[in-house]
Design a protein around this ligand. Sequence first.
Ligand SMILES: [Zn+2]
Ligand SMILES: [Zn+2]
Length: 81
Amino acid sequence: MIKKKLLCLFGEPNTQNVEVSNVSPAVLHYLEPNPPTAKDKSAMLRCRECKKRKTRYLCPVCRERPGLCVHPCFKDHHSRN
Ligand SMILES: [Zn+2]
Ligand SMILES: [Zn+2]
């Protein structure tokens, strides 16, 4: 009797209803470390966005592979296009 009642309360399969984000860019941009060269093991790049700071990270998806600060320049750079 008690078991049946619990099933009624919790038996509905709503747990797989995963929300999908509405924002789906055509290409997903991300940051990856600037690959070290033979000359420079940790080559720093000038940030393309703020043009002030230096960063080790670049977006390999963008055509020019620009160097970008992790925050906030990465987001700023991609929210404009
Ligand atoms: Zn920056
Ligand atoms: Zn990008």
